[in-house]
Design a protein around this ligand. Structure first.
Ligand code: 5AD
Ligand code: SF4
Length: 496
């Protein structure tokens, strides 16, 4: 097969979670390192990357719908190259090319770093599907952050601290597509955050499926091998390595240690993380959140259900009571803590009684916001087999609506209580609806809309007095700029 003309532009479309958004930044970084320039729309792109998610069902529909549209684009422009990556690709593999033969490259969750190479191979030899069954531990390229990245925001960065998940929640496809948990070495993470800070980044979000178990595998690796002190320091941080040599080792670098170390990096003003698993939320993490000033007062603690029977069937490893105890402890320790959650409605076997317990927990937890999902059976997961216990969709729809109302009521009450307070925001830019309005985000992860007499650069920190509240955002008045943006302005290469 003859080589196609060299492509010049690319566009990436992401479906799914922050982990996927970050993988997309990585794919973009690799393509830019390979000489491609980003364009905003698929119509202008020589290479189109679809980075997929398979956590819930509509992701499949969205992908195959988008691929349907791209078919006619490719008929008009046969040189167009289409790449499908991410969780759905990992799950569907060859099926993607069977359903959409116009796709050039299919790559999975363990070989994101191969995006540019696979495109070259496909260009020379024809379509290619490369799905690896697992990530090679110790391989630098395993972690999205460890390679060139084209960040979406100049002042904020995602940092993947752990990939995969060792839990087995009955509804969840993640362990099947992302594999077992692997933590990124402590020393490497701190180096990366230092580099980001030097580049003007002031906010980092630590990403992992289950951040609280960060370091379990590192500890096992340390125990297994008699590592020299310098290697131990990279794996688990210098403090840990010292402990190791003096024999006072705690035998594991905790997520709390990582939080404190990242928060202490010069120039880092805000640290966020997602998501901790309620069963693994240690007092040390709460203490680190309370003490390290840069760690934002926001905890995303996925509840999934408020019914103990459903939680047990889901294999979540906690009861509603235990969950609420941890929440109370976190609120008591951390000043002005915002709490958000994920809740699934209609898990197989969920009764009216079970659902009533979920509403009870929502009332008790006083959430600031919640992502609510209708249960969607994922083939290959334990719960997808429970077909005889599936809940009537009409009942699920009605429960979903009641839950939405309860969550909005709680969010509005929490937000109204903030009226009159002066809060620090980081400017995100002009509001999408009205360019005269500036949008900022508080440490508690709330959007605030306010007017600024002169435009404020994204990444600027300012104080704003909260004047009004809605369920999904606040309104405010600008007080003063507290920290001008530090990053260099990126020169736009391509319009859009
Ligand atoms: N159906 C519905 N929601 C799901 N989630 C994960 N798997 C499913 C599923 N099969 C939700 C959970 C999780 C969030 C990321 O997505 O609430 O916390
Ligand atoms: Fe899925 Fe449960 Fe792992 Fe979260 S902790 S990724 S819900 S298996």
């Amino acid at each position: 097969m003859s080589e196609r003309p060299t492509p010049k532009t690319y566009a990436v479309r992401t479906f799914g979670c922050q982990m996927n958004e970050h993988d997309s930044e990585r794919i973009a970084g690799l393509l830019e390192a390979d000489g491609l320039e980003r364009v905003a729309t698929a119509e202008d792109a020589d290479v189109i990357v679809l980075n997929t998610c398979c956590i819930r069902e509509n992701a499949d529909n969205k992908l195959y719908g988008t691929l349907g549209h791209l078919k006619s684009l490719k008929e008009q422009r046969p040189d167009l190259e289409i790449v499908v990556g991410g969780c759905l690709a990992q799950k569907d593999r060859e099926l993607i090319r069977e359903r959409a033969p116009h796709v050039d490259v299919v790559l999975g969750t363990h070989n994101v770093h191969r995006a540019a190479e696979l495109l070259h191979e496909a260009r020379a030899h024809g379509p290619i599907v490369e799905i690896l069954t697992e990530t090679v531990a110790g391989d630098e390229t395993a972690f999205p952050s460890a390679l060139p990245t084209r960040r979406e925001l100049d002042w904020a960065a995602w940092v993947t601290i752990q990939i995969g998940c060792d839990n087995s929640c009955a509804f969840c496809i993640v362990p099947a597509v992302r594999g077992p948990e692997i933590s990124r070495p402590f020393g490497e993470l701190i180096d990366e955050v230092e580099r980001l800070a030097a580049d003007g980044v002031t906010e980092v979000t630590l990403l992992g499926q289950n951040v609280n178990s960060y370091g379990r595998d590192l500890a096992a690796a340390l125990r297994a091998g008699e590592l020299p002190a310098d290697q131990a320091a990279v794996l688990a941080g210098a403090r840990w390595a010292d402990d190791l040599t003096t024999g006072t080792a705690r035998r594991r670098p905790l997520f709390a240690d990582l939080l404190r170390a990242v928060a202490a990096v010069d120039g880092i003003h805000r640290v966020r993380f997602t998501s901790p698993h309620p069963k693994d939320l240690l007092p040390e993490t709460i203490e680190a959140m309370a003490q390290a000033e840069a760690v934002c007062a926001h905890l995303h603690l996925p509840l999934q259900s408020g019914s103990d029977a459903v939680l047990a069937a889901m294999h979540r490893g906690y009861t509603a009571e235990r969950y609420l105890e941890r929440l109370v402890a976190a609120r008591a320790a951390i000043d002005d803590l915002a709490v958000t959650t994920d809740i699934i409605v209609g898990f197989p076997g969920e009764t009216d009684e079970d659902f009533a317990r979920t509403l009870d927990v929502v009332a008790a937890a006083e959430y600031d916001s919640a992502y609510t999902f209708i249960y969607s059976p994922r083939p290959g997961t334990e719960a997808a087999e429970l077909t005889d216990r599936f809940v009537d969709p009409a009942v699920v729809g009605e429960r979903y609506e009641r839950l939405r109302v309860a969550v909005e009521r709680s969010a509005l009450a929490r937000h109204r209580a903030r009226i009159g307070r002066v809060e620090e925001v980081v400017v995100e830019g002009p509001s999408k609806r009205d360019p005269d309005i500036t949008t900022g985000r508080t440490a508690q992860n709330k959007l605030v809309h306010f007017r600024a007499s002169t435009p404020l650069r994204a990444g600027t920190y300012a104080t704003v007095e909260v004047t009004d509240a809605r369920a999904h955002h606040l309104q405010g008045e600008l007080r003063e700029v507290t920290r001008p943006a530090r990053h260099r302005t990126r020169i736009a290469v391509v319009a859009g």
